[in-house]
Ligand binder design. Structure first.
Ligand code: WQD
Length: 325
């Protein structure tokens, strides 16, 4: 099929583009390079430099596409609480443009990059698709709202969608084909990698008094190649069954901050200084997914989401930037 990957030069977008190419699809990337990188583009794909706020540009790029994959969003939870306007404009208005362009150009399928952030504080674990949606960040709110738009455009315009609620995306392409570093990362594994490289002096561990075995936050890390595969499987499903689907994507394993840190020290052989500081506001103690529905409906299985692979594939990219011994 002809796939337009909006945000396809970003971290998850580039891995997803690679997966669609590997599966024989025809790929065009649409990206404004605000956080995406030219370095993340592949020779086999077409590239359109454009912004989702530019409706005519989006519509031109949409012509002839069978499917949109939409990963063009800001994703910093903390920033979304102080600059909601930025998130309203890009994540919400931008997504409305994308949906309207899809409707106008006759694009039949859309795969949307959603997030576990739609759930807010968990009421029970593991989190399945029945878990109530009550986001606690403005970022999570934008994702939850777009899911509601998707449901309406399915009903009114016949656009079938796959909404993929990622848990903690991490790792890099297991075959080393994506090499762009995320700019100013706030997530645990890239922060640990930057510390291992001496790009930052130390890891701050946000709280060690949580109700978890070692007191630090426990998360469900899922490898970006596994997430990428889910996009292709979701398109297979919605096109075959002419039916939309919303699924959680996680490895179903939970690792604490200290477990991730220990594994990173082992894999990298570097020191990685760390200091326990206060809790980060809004952080739940534990977050793990049930990915049963994705397994059953899409035939999805995580293959690379063990801690060793998550860290070693990241280190393969970061070690080129390491300073000192
Ligand atoms: C993981 C754990 C931190 C950094 C976020 C978004 C979520 C989704 C995934 C997009 C927590 C601890 C972290 C650090 C630390 N994003 N930590 N020191 O918050 O679980 O999820 O990314 O959709 O919506 O909220 O991920 O990687 O920031 O944190 O101790 O410097 O690591 O407290 O326990 P999070 P994270």
């Amino acid at each position: 099929m002809k796939i337009l990957i909006i945000g396809g030069a970003g971290y998850i977008g580039s891995h997803t583009a690679r997966e669609f190419l590997d599966r024989g699809h025809e790929v065009t990337v649409f990206d404004n390079l605000s956080s995406g990188l030219r370095q993340n583009l592949f020779a086999e794909e077409a590239f359109v430099y454009g912004d989702i706020m530019d409706y005519p540009a989006l519509l031109r790029a949409a012509k002839g596409a069978d499917c949109f994959v939409h990963l063009a969003a800001f994703k910093a939870v903390g920033e979304s609480m102080v600059a909601p306007e930025k998130y309203s404009r890009n994540n919400i208005s931008g997504s409305v443009n994308i949906l309207n362009a899809a409707a106008e150009a006759g694009v039949r399928y859309l795969i949307f990059s959603s997030s576990a952030a739609v759930f807010g504080q968990p009421e029970y674990l593991p989190i399945d698709e029945q878990h109530p949606v009550h986001p606690e960040s403005y970022y999570g709110f934008t994702k939850a709202e777009i899911e509601r738009f998707l449901a309406w455009y399915d009903k009114l315009k016949g656009i079938r969608y796959g909404s993929l609620r990622y848990f903690n995306a991490a790792g890099y392409d297991v075959r080393g084909r994506v090499t762009g570093l995320e700019q100013n990362p706030a997530n645990l594994i890239p922060v640990i990698m930057e510390t291992a490289c001496r790009i930052r002096p130390e890891l701050q561990v946000f709280g060690d008094d949580y109700d978890t075995p070692d007191g630090t936050g426990l998360r469900d890390y899922v490898h970006v190649n596994d997430l990428a595969a889910a996009h292709v499987l979701a398109l297979d499903y919605i096109s075959k069954h002419d039916k939309s689907v919303t699924v959680n994507l996680g490895s179903e394993a939970g690792f604490s901050v200290l477990e991730v840190l220990d594994a990173a020290r082992r894999v990298t052989g570097r020191e990685i200084p760390a200091k326990v500081v206060g809790r980060r506001p809004g952080d739940p103690a534990k977050l793990t997914a049930s990915a049963k529905l994705a397994r059953e409906l899409l035939g999805w299985q995580p293959h690379h989401s063990d801690l060793e692979t998550l860290i070693s594939t990241s280190w393969n990219v970061y070690k080129g930037f390491a300073r000192g011994a």
